[in-house]
Write a protein that binds this ligand. Structure first.
Ligand code: BES
Ligand code: ZN
Ligand code: ZN
Length: 497
């Protein structure tokens, strides 16, 4: 990430020159307050322009850029549509912000002012957040022009409620930092990000923020008998790591932590059950679940969340080699259950089963939420729009759904059912890692459920379709998305602090 966005709030018009004045306007509204504040600034210049044009309807994300008269404080006015006032949501405002960020690309600007005095203070905050979320790139491997492309942007939001706006913005910026860290990790190439280097990055990122980071290396993992993690990673020169991150922010020290588990396959070739060559490069994103957990821990620490949380990520590289695990192998999980491997490309569940066991054994968490780019099947079902959520308690699902509604990280509930559980029983071991042809996401979830303690609240989020996108969305550029960070940060905030 090379672009930075500095957001600030003030109640009075700036005295010094800014590049652009952003003017948000609802659909169908006679430019209401907007026209008023503009009229004060410049004698109705914009109103006249819009009256003549008649093309600005205020639809979400519609952006009109007008050159400002010379004598004013601004070089340009940028009018942005917010959609219909009645069905406006946080996400709409962010989308409008994203569209502003896109329009800014065409103009060389260093500072903008967002007129938010006519509208609720929260709206200005969300427009600024949208701008920041959209302003992300990954240019660290482009030589030469890099420093020119840093382009920091100052976003000054005018609001009558400076204090409230700042308070809301601090938490959102913490979340955005977590999202951008997750994107960075996903976008890293697999020759740079492998278990050992990844573990070090996690430590370097989180330790300074007060998160305790413990790295378990391959020797330790062998000794502990984490059979799943070790089997998947055994053919790579880059040996596995399990990283534990602890955030202790609860007032009551004894509060049970919230548990988060992430799949961190830094590259998934499929192993001996080799994937086809076309598109295999996408499999650098197979650590997206772990990236979400790391990003979430960063968000919690940055906003000083008043809760205890622990994250466990299993980091491995799934490679084919003479030393690789094979289809037909029977391995013993950390929990002691045996698993018949029928496909070495169904490796994520083997990593997760051990990580899920570890977090329960060591930390007895209040609940466990795992995130994983687990199955291609979830993409067939939900595309790139929804994360598939398998949740074993209705109450927890209600909380997750609520968090999803305000976060833009959309979740869709998927079924856990005994029929799927049955499918994962092996003839000769306790379990097998492959189900039948259909319902692959459901059988994968059912497999994991075997490793969740009786009675423990658990959710499995399959982010295979949402962790990485090949075409940009208004606030999410191509590549790693950071899916999962936001919905879980909201979930924690809404229910635990
Ligand atoms: N990492 C993949 C799942 C995946 C596919 C993630 C596409 C993102 C995009 C996972 O390890 C995998 O290969 N799953 C197999 C499971 C099958 C062998 C049961 C799949 O989905 O085909
Ligand atoms: Zn795989
Ligand atoms: Zn995988």
């Amino acid at each position: 990430m090379t672009m930075t966005t500095d957001i600030s709030f003030t109640s009075t018009s700036p005295k010094s020159k800014a590049d652009i004045l952003v003017l948000p306007a609802y659909e169908g509204v006679e430019l209401g307050g907007l026209a008023e504040s503009v009229t004060k600034e410049n004698n109705g210049y914009i109103k006249t322009y819009l009256d003549d044009q008649k093309k600005f309807t205020g639809k979400v994300g519609q952006v009109f850029t007008i050159v400002a008269p010379q004598e004013t404080l601004y070089r340009h006015y940028m009018i942005v549509g917010l959609g219909k006032k009645d069905d406006a949501t946080v996400l709409r405002y962010e989308e409008a912000g994203g569209k502003v960020a896109a329009a800014l690309k065409a103009i060389d600007v260093k500072s903008i002012v967002v007129e938010g005095r006519d509208i609720d203070h929260e709206i200005g905050v969300h427009i600024a957040s949208g701008i920041s979320l959209a302003r992300y790139d990954f240019l660290k491997y482009k030589t030469g022009k890099k420093s020119d492309e840093k382009k920091p942007l100052s976003v000054k939001v005018l609001t009558d409620q400076v204090k409230k706006a700042k308070a809301l913005s601090v938490d959102l910026e913490a979340m955005i930092s977590g999202v951008k860290l997750a994107r960075d990790l996903i976008n890293e190439p697999p020759n740079m990000l492998y278990p050992e280097s990844y573990a070090k990055i996690i430590k370097d990122e989180l330790k300074p923020l007060g998160v305790k980071v413990t790295i378990l290396d391959e020797k330790k993992l062998l000794k502990m008998k984490m059979g799943g993690v070790m089997a998947v990673g055994q053919a790579s020169v880059n040996q596995p790591r399990v990283v534990v991150m602890e955030w202790n922010g609860a007032k009551k020290k004894s509060q049970k932590p919230l548990g988060f588990v992430g799949k961190g396959v830094t590259f998934d070739t499929g192993g001996i059950s080799l994937k086809p060559g076309a598109g295999m490069d996408n499999m650098k994103m197979d650590m997206g679940g772990s990236a979400a957990v790391v990003g979430l821990m960063k968000s919690l620490a940055l906003r000083n969340a008043q809760t205890n949380a622990v994250g466990v990520v299993g980091l491995v590289e799934n490679m084919p080699d003479g030393t690789a695990y094979r289809p037909a192998d029977i391995i013993t999980s950390y929990a002691g259950k045996t698993v018949e491997v029928l496909n070495t490309d169904a490796e994520g569940r083997l990593v997760l089963m051990d990580a899920i066991t570890h977090i329960q054994k060591e930390y007895d968490p209040e609940l466990v939420i795992d995130l994983a780019t687990l199955t291609g099947a979830i993409m067939v079902a939900l595309g790139h729009e929804f994360t598939g959520a398998f949740v074993n308690k209705d109450e927890m699902w209600a909380q997750l759904e609520k968090a999803s509604d305000v976060s833009g990280d959309k979740l869709w509930r998927m079924p856990l059912d005994e029929a799927y559980t049955k499918e994962m029983e092996s003839q000769i071991a306790d379990l097998k890692n492959l189900g039948s042809r259909y319902g692959g996401s459901c059988t994968a979830a059912a497999f994991l459920e075997n490793f969740v303690d009786e009675g423990r609240a658990w959710a499995h989020l399959d982010i295979a379709g949402t962790a990485y996108i090949n075409s940009a969305k208004p606030t999410t550029p191509k590549g790693g998305t950071g899916a999962g960070v936001r919905v879980l940060d909201s979930f924690v905030k809404q229910n635990y602090g």
